[in-house]
Design a protein around this ligand. Structure first.
Ligand SMILES: Cc1cc2nc3c(=O)[nH]c(=O)nc-3n(C[C@H](O)[C@H](O)[C@H](O)COP(=O)(O)OP(=O)(O)OC[C@H]3O[C@@H](n4cnc5c(N)ncnc54)[C@H](O)[C@@H]3O)c2cc1C
Length: 1156
C-alpha cells in the first residue's frame, strides 16, 4: 500500500515525463474539492484514536496550570478540528484566532463557528468574537497584528498554536515554528505549538521536539471513479497544468498512477486505498536550546551506523556521545531544565533508540568490562558461581562473552553478539536461560544517572572501585533494582551493570530440517517437537524450532542445544531423538562460536534471510505450542507471509526462568515455555518502503491472533508505536501498576519518553465501582441505570463485564454461541455451571488470571471518569485489586435481592447471599458472619423501576464527586523527597493547619459515615493524626471519644497490644521496632458499636493494632467501621487486616492516593 508521499512523487514523475507545459497553483475551488475527497476518504479512526485523543491529552495537561485556553489555529479548513473535542474541553476555550487563506473555507469556517452543534455553539464560551484572518499565516505575523482584529488584549499570547494538516507546502518550517513560539503566552508557562501531519517525516532543521507521537496505520480510501481521481490527483500533486490539453493528458496519466499505487481493497475494485500515517509533533519554548547542550557534551556528526532499519530513517535533533559520566549528567540536567526528552542508544537494535528531532545519547564510550576476581574481592569464590563481572553500558553481548570466556566464565545473554544494554535491561532470553534464568536475573547491581535529579546512583552490588566518586546510594534502591531487572530502560540512564557469572560451558548444536507436506503434518510435527523433545529436555539443554517457507514448501527447522561445563559429558544424555531422523549438522562450539550457529543465520533460506535484509519482530510467550489452535495460527501466519523470508522462531524458555516469582523482578512473565518470535523480513533496499510497512502489519496481525492464547509478551522490542501499547499491557502482567507508579517517581519529568510504553497513571478511571452480587439480582440493570445519573454530571462512564473475556474463550473452545452467552439470560444460566468450571480450570492454570482480567478491564476503560465492573465473583475484591491501581478510588456495591425476586429473574441458584451471610444487627449494621469482606454499600434491588437506583446513586455515589472532596484533596501538600529521597510525602495533617480545613474534613467524615450516628456508642482514635480529626467530630456528634496511646502514657488500668511501626516512610531499621499501644480498660463496653477514625490507612499496621485492642475489649469486628482521611492502597493495608481476620470491618476513606 503506497503512502500519499510516494503517490505525490509518482504523480510528479509522471507529469514531468508527460509534458513540459507550465504548472499553476490550485484555485480555492480545486483545492476545496480535493480536500473534501480526502476528508471523506480519511478513516475516522485516525481522528478518533489519534488526533482527538492526543489533542485532548495536551489540552487537559495545559488545563492543569490554567483555567481557560486561548488558541491560534493555522489553516483550520472549513471546520476546526476543535469541534470534535468533548464539550468540557470546548467550553474551556475562551479565545480563538485562525488564519485560513482559502476563501471558500474561510466562509464555511465563519458559518460553522456561528452555527449550533446540537444545542450549543462549537466554541460556546469565547469571551470575544473569534479573530479570523483570511490570509496565509506569515512570518511577519505578530501578536499585535493578530490581536488587533478582535480588539482584544494585544499583549496576551496563546496557550496553543495548532497546525492540523496545514504544514503542507510551507517552506522554512523551522522559522515558522520559531515565529509561532513567540506567540505563546509567557505566563503561565507550558504553552505549546502542535503540528499534526500526514505522511511522516517533517524536518524542522535542528529544532527539538517536546513530544512526538505517531499513528502508522492511518489509511485513505478513494472511490475508483474518474471524476474523483481527477479531483484528488491535483490536490496531492499541488498543481494543475496551465494548458488545457496538457492538463487533460496529465490527468489521464495520473488516473493510471492512482490505480496502480492505490491497493485494491481485497476483491473490491471500487475503492483505492493509500497508507496515510499520521504524526504529531509539539514544541515548547525551549525548542531552540540545543546549543546549550552541544557546548558541553561531545557531538557525533556524519552518518550514523545503526542496527535497526527503522531508526536509520529517523533524524535525531543531535547525537551526543558522552565519554564521562558528567556528560550524561549534563544531558539529563539539560533535558529537565527545558522539559525535553532523550533517547538512549545501546546496541541500536530497537525501533526507538533514535527518534526524530529528539536528542540521542550514544553510550558506546562506556565499553569497559572487568571481571572481579578473588584477589580483588575476598567475597568471590573461584567456582564461577558468585564471581562478578562489571560491564559498561556501551558493551555488546559479543564483547561480554569474549571477555568473560578469557576467565572461563559466562553470563546468560542472547543469540546475537551485536545486541546491547537494551537486552539486559528488558529481560534477555538465550540458550542459557533455562539453566541460569534471564540476563536481567543475573543483574546484581548497577550505576546509573537518575533522570529525576541528574545524580549518580549506585544500587545493589557495585564493587568499590566501580563506584564513581560522586555516586550516592539512594534509599529506595530496592525498588530501583527491582525495576531495572526487566523494565530497566525506563528509570534512569544505566552506566554500568554488575552481573553474576557462571562457569562457561561448551555447547553441542544439532540441526534438523523437516519438509512438511500439508497442515496436518505441520500440526503433528509441532506437537511432536513439543511433547517428544522440548518437554523432555533437562535444564542444561534447549530446543528451538523455526517455521518457514522455502522451495514452495513449509518447513520446520529444529535446533537442539546442549550445554555442559564438562565437555566430555556432552552428547551423553539419554534423549530419544530417532523420531527426528538424521540430523543435518552437528557442531561443538564455545560461547563465541555459538553466535554463528543460529539456524536463521546459517541453514534457513540458504542463509539469505540474514544477509542484506532488515527485520521486525514481536514475541508473545506461549505455553502449549503443540495444541491445534496455536499450531493453526502459526501455520496460517507463514502461509500469509508478505515476503519470502518471514519466519516464526520458537525459542525455548521454562526452566530457571520460572524460578522467580512474577513480582520478584519487574520482568512480569514467567509462566511460559516458548517465546514465539514472529519475524518479518524484507530486503534492506526496501527499508522505509510500503513493503516494510506491509511486513510490519503482518507481524502485528499475527500478534493479534496469538495474543489471546499467550501468557505474556516480551517487552524488549516494544516501543512508542501505538500498536505496542496493547502488547505492553501483557508484557509486565501484574507488575504494570507498580511500574507505572515507579515511573512517576524515578522519571517524573518523562525524560525517557520513547521507551517500552509503561502505562500512564492519569489515564485510568478515577472511580471504579465493582458491582457484585449473586446471579439474577439485577447487577447489569443496576450498572446501566447508574450511567445516565453520572453522565448528567458531565462524567464519562463505561461498563465492563469482567466475565466477557472468559465467556469469549469458553465460547471459542466449546462451540457455544457467544452472543447468546452475553445477552440471553436463560442461555447464560444454562451454561453457568460449565462456565464456572471452565473459569476455575483456567485459574488453576494461570493463578494470576483474576488480576490480569481486572487490569485488562481497567486499562481498556482508559479515559473514562467512572468505570462500573460487573460479573466479578472474587471474595474481598477491593482488598485484592485496589493496590493494582492505587490512583483510582474503588468501591464495592453489592446488589442483593430476595430468593423470590431472583427466581423470577431466572436464577437457578437456590441460596441468597443475603440469606446466608448478611443480617442486620441490633444497630442496623450488616452482620457478615463467614464473609471475608464487607462491601462499601449494599443495595437492595427488590423494587421495580429505576427510581430507587437513581436515588441511591445520587445519595451514596455522587458525593464522591462533590467539590468539597477536591477542595480537601488540595489541602494535602505534596512534599518531594521527604522524609527520604524518592518519597513523595502527602502532608495529610496540613488539612488541620489550613483555614477551614478541620471544619471541612469533619463535615465530610460525618457525611461519609456508614451509619446513623445515634447508633454509635464510641468514637475511637489513636495518636497523633486520629486525635485531631476525631475530637472535632466527637464534639459535633456528641459521642464519647476513646483515646488509644503509646504504652506508658495513660494511667492504669489499661489494656494493651503490641504494634509494629507503620510509618512507610521511615527506614527499615525503624520499621523493625515494635511498640505497645493501650487504652483505658473501661472506656469501652463489650458489644459497643464503634467508629474508628484515623488520618491515614497505608500499611494497616496501626489499624490492625487498634482493632486487636478493641477485640481484646470485647468489641466484635463487625461492630467496627473505619473512616480514614487518606488511603494509600499501594501499601496493601486492607490485605493486612484481612489476613488477620479483620476483612469484615467496613472501611471508607475520603481521599485516595497512589503515592506514599
Ligand atoms: C537481531 C536481533 C537479535 C536479537 N536477539 C535477542 C536474543 O537472543 N535475546 C533477547 O532477549 N533479545 C533479543 N533481541 C531483542 C533485543 O533484546 C532488543 O531489541 C533490545 O532492545 C536491543 O537492545 P540494544 O541495546 O541492542 O538496542 P537499543 O535500541 O540501543 O536499546 C534498546 C532500548 O534500551 C534502552 N537503553 C539502551 N541503553 C541504555 C542505557 N544505558 N540506559 C537506559 N536505557 C538504555 C534504549 O533507550 C532503548 O529503549 C534481538 C533483537 C535483534 C534485532
Amino acid at each position: 500500500m503506497a503512502t500519499i508521499t510516494e503517490l505525490k512523487h509518482a504523480l510528479e514523475h509522471k507529469a514531468s515525463a508527460t509534458t513540459s507545459s507550465s504548472r499553476q497553483p490550485l484555485s480555492d475551488n480545486q483545492y476545496s474539492t480535493g480536500f473534501d475527497i480526502l476528508k471523506q476518504g480519511s478513516e475516522s479512526s485516525a481522528y478518533e484514536k489519534f488526533i482527538i485523543t492526543q489533542l485532548s491529552q495536551l489540552l487537559s495537561r495545559l488545563l492543569e496550570s490554567r483555567a481557560c485556553l486561548s488558541m491560534l489555529e493555522i489553516g483550520p479548513g472549513p471546520e476546526s478540528v476543535l469541534g470534535h473535542l468533548s464539550s468540557r474541553l470546548r467550553r474551556k476555550i475562551t479565545r480563538y484566532s485562525a488564519f485560513e487563506p482559502n476563501s471558500l473555507f474561510f466562509a464555511r469556517l465563519k458559518e460553522w463557528l456561528h452555527n449550533f452543534q446540537g444545542t450549543e455553539l462549537p466554541l460556546s464560551c469565547l469571551e470575544a468574537p473569534p479573530a479570523l484572518h483570511q490570509r496565509p499565516f506569515a512570518l511577519e505575523s505578530t501578536l499585535h497584528s493578530i490581536s488587533a482584529t478582535s480588539g482584544e488584549d494585544k499583549a496576551a499570547g496563546f496557550d496553543m498554536v495548532l497546525f492540523c494538516h496545514s504544514m503542507y507546502g510551507m517552506k522554512s518550517r523551522r522559522k515558522i515554528i520559531e515565529k509561532t513560539l513567540e506567540l505563546l503566552v509567557n505566563n503561565p508557562k507550558g504553552g505549546m505549538v502542535v503540528v499534526f501531519h500526514r505522511n511522516g517525516a517533517l524536518n524542522f532543521e535542528g529544532l527539538v521536539h517536546h513530544q512526538t507521537a505517531s499513528f502508522p496505520s492511518g489509511q485513505i480510501r478513494l472511490a475508483n471513479k474518474d471524476a474523483d481521481l481527477d479531483a484528488f490527483s491535483p490536490f496531492v500533486a499541488g498543481y494543475v497544468m496551465q494548458d488545457k490539453d496538457a492538463d487533460d493528458l496529465v490527468r489521464k496519466e495520473w488516473r493510471q498512477v492512482l490505480r496502480e499505487f492505490g491497493r485494491h481493497d481485497g476483491s473490491n475494485e471500487v475503492q483505492l486505498v493509500f497508507s496515510s500515517p499520521e504524526v504529531m509533533v509539539t514544541f515548547n519554548q525551549h525548542a531552540t536550546k540545543l546549543p546549550e547542550l552541544t557546548a558541553e557534551v561531545p557531538v557525533v556528526r556524519g552518518e550514523l551506523i545503526l542496527k535497526n532499519p527503522d531508526v536509520r530513517q529517523h533524524r535525531p535533533a543531535i547525537l551526543v556521545r558522552p565519554t564521562e559520566i558528567r556528560h550524561v549528567q549534563q544531558c539529563v540536567h539539560w533535558a529537565i531544565k527545558h522539559d525535553l526528552q532523550l533517547t538512549i542508544l545501546g546496541g541500536s537494535h530497537s525501533d526507538h533508540c533514535v527518534w526524530p528531532n529528539v536528542v540521542a545519547v550514544d553510550m558506546s564510550a562506556f565499553n569497559q568490562i572487568q571481571i572481579i576476581s578473588g584477589q580483588e574481592d575476598e567475597s568471590v569464590s573461584v567456582s564461577g558461581m558468585g564471581a562478578r563481572i562489571v560491564v559498561g553500558a556501551g558493551c555488546r553481548s559479543g564483547d561480554i562473552i569474549q571477555k568473560a570466556m578469557e576467565s572461563g566464565l559466562t553470563v546468560p545473554l542472547g543469540s546475537r553478539p551485536s545486541v546491547g544494554a537494551g537486552l539486559w535491561l528488558s529481560g534477555g532470553i538465550g540458550h542459557l536461560s533455562r539453566v541460569h534464568g534471564l540476563t536481567s536475573d543475573a543483574i546484581k547491581g548497577a550505576v546509573l544517572v537518575s533522570v529525576s535529579s541528574g545524580q549518580i546512583l549506585y544500587i545493589g552490588d557495585v564493587p568499590g572501585q566501580h563506584r564513581p566518586r560522586d555516586a550516592i546510594h539512594p534509599e529506595n534502591e530496592d525498588e530501583l533494582l527491582w525495576a531495572i531487572r526487566g523494565a530497566g530502560t525506563n528509570f534512569g540512564i544505566i552506566v554500568s551493570v554488575t552481573f553474576q557469572t557462571y562457569i562457561a560451558p561448551t555447547y553441542s548444536i544439532r540441526n534438523w530440517v523437516i519438509p512438511l507436506q500439508d497442515d496436518a503434518e505441520a500440526r503433528l510435527w509441532l506437537h511432536n517437537f513439543d511433547e517428544l523433545l522440548a518437554k523432555k529436555l533437562p535444564r542444561s539443554s534447549s530446543a528451538d524450532s523455526y517455521l518457514y517457507w522455502e522451495a514452495d514448501q513449509l518447513h520446520l527447522g529444529i535446533t537442539l542445544i546442549e550445554s555442559s561445563v564438562d565437555k566430555t559429558a556432552l552428547g551423553k544424555q539419554t534423549l530419544e531423538l530417532e523420531f527426528l531422523g538424521s540430523c543435518k549438522s552437528h557442531k561443538i562450539v564455545d560461547g563465541v562460536g555459538l553466535f554463528d550457529t543460529e539456524m536463521y543465520m546459517s541453514e534457513m533460506h540458504s542463509g539469505n534471510s540474514a544477509r542484506k535484509t532488515s527485520a521486525f519482530k514481536r514475541g508473545p510467550f506461549l505455553k502449549h505450542i503443540g495444541t491445534t489452535n496455536i499450531a493453526n495460527i502459526l501455520i496460517a501466519a507463514i502461509k500469509s507471509r508478505p515476503t519470502p523470508f518471514c519466519y516464526i522462531h520458537l525459542l525455548q524458555g521454562g526452566g530457571a526462568i520460572g524460578d522467580h516469582t512474577m513480582d520478584g523482578t519487574a520482568f512480569g512473565c514467567r509462566d511460559w515455555e516458548f517465546e514465539c518470535v514472529v519475524t518479518g523480513i524484507w530486503s534492506r533496499h526496501q527499508d522505509g518502503t510500503s513493503t516494510a510497512r506491509v511486513v510490519k502489519n503482518w507481524v502485528y496481525d499475527v500478534m493479534k491472533d496469538l495474543l489471546p492464547l499467550s501468557n505474556g509478551v516480551y517487552s524488549a522490542d516494544l516501543g512508542p508505536d501505538p500498536r505496542d501499547i496493547i502488547l505492553a499491557e501483557k508484557a509486565f502482567a501484574s507488575n504494570r501498576p507498580r511500574l507505572a507508579h515507579l515511573k512517576t517517581i524515578f522519571d517524573p519529568h518523562h525524560v525517557l519518553a520513547y521507551t517500552c510504553p509503561l502505562p500512564k497513571k492519569s489515564r485510568l478511571p478515577r472511580f471504579i465501582i465493582l458491582v457484585t452480587g449473586q446471579s439474577c439480582v439485577g447487577k447489569d440493570h443496576f450498572a446501566r441505570t447508574c450511567v445516565p445519573v453520572f453522565e448528567s454530571k458531565d462524567l464519562s462512564v463505561q461498563i465492563i463485564s469482567i466475565s466477557d473475556t472468559i465467556k469469549g474463550e469458553y465460547a471459542a473452545e466449546t462451540n457455544t454461541e457467544l452472543i447468546r452467552l452475553l445477552h440471553d439470560r436463560a442461555y447464560k444460566e444454562q451454561h453457568r455451571p460449565a462456565l464456572t468450571a471452565f473459569f476455575q480450570a483456567k485459574r488453576q492454570q494461570i493463578p494470576q488470571l483474576p488480576q490480569e482480567n481486572f487490569l485488562g478491564a481497567v486499562y481498556s476503560a482508559e479515559g473514562a471518569d467512572v468505570l462500573l465492573i460487573t460479573g466479578m465473583r472474587d471474595d474481598s475484591p477491593i482488598t485484592t485489586f485496589s493496590q493494582l491501581i492505587p490512583e483510582s478510588r474503588m468501591i464495592e456495591v453489592r446488589v442483593e435481592a430476595s430468593q423470590e425476586t431472583r427466581t423470577q429473574r431466572g436464577s437457578q441458584e437456590v441460596t441468597s447471599h443475603r440469606d446466608v451471610h448478611s443480617q442486620r444487627n441490633d444497630h442496623g449494621m450488616e452482620h457478615l458472619d463467614g464473609l471475608n469482606s464487607r462491601p462499601t454499600f449494599i443495595f437492595e434491588n427488590d423494587k421495580h423501576g429505576d427510581s430507587s437506583i437513581v436515588s441511591f446513586v445520587e445519595s451514596s455515589l455522587l458525593p464522591y464527586f462533590h467539590e468539597d472532596l477536591w477542595t480537601l484533596g488540595n489541602m494535602v501538600r505534596q512534599v518531594p523527597d521527604f522524609p527520604r529521597t524518592g518519597i513523595e510525602f502527602r502532608h495529610v495533617l496540613e488539612i488541620a493547619q489550613q483555614k477551614g480545613g478541620l471544619k471541612l474534613c469533619t463535615s465530610l467524615l460525618r457525611a461519609h459515615a456508614p451509619h446513623d450516628w445515634s447508633k454509635i456508642d464510641r468514637i475511637v482514635c489513636c495518636e497523633a493524626g486520629g486525635f485531631l480529626f476525631a475530637s472535632v467530630l466527637a464534639l459535633q456528634v456528641d459521642i464519647p471519644l476513646v483515646i488509644v496511646r503509646e504504652a506508658g502514657k495513660l494511667p492504669p488500668p489499661t489494656i494493651s497490644v503490641t504494634k509494629s511501626s507503620s510509618h512507610v516512610s521511615y527506614s527499615a531499621a525503624e520499621d523493625a521496632k515494635e511498640k505497645r499501644i493501650e487504652m483505658d480498660k473501661d472506656s469501652i463496653a463489650n458489644g459497643d458499636s464503634v467508629i474508628l477514625i484515623d488520618d491515614v490507612l497505608a500499611t494497616g499496621k496501626t489499624l490492625l493494632a487498634v482493632l486487636q485492642l478493641l477485640g481484646s475489649a470485647g468489641v466484635r469486628s463487625e461492630s467496627v467501621s473505619v473512616l480514614v482521611v487518606a488511603e494509600f492502597p499501594i501499601h496493601r493495608g486492607r490485605e493486612l487486616l484481612r489476613r488477620h481476620g479483620f476483612g469484615g470491618v467496613g472501611i471508607k476513606s475520603l481521599l485516595v492516593y497512589g503515592g506514599y
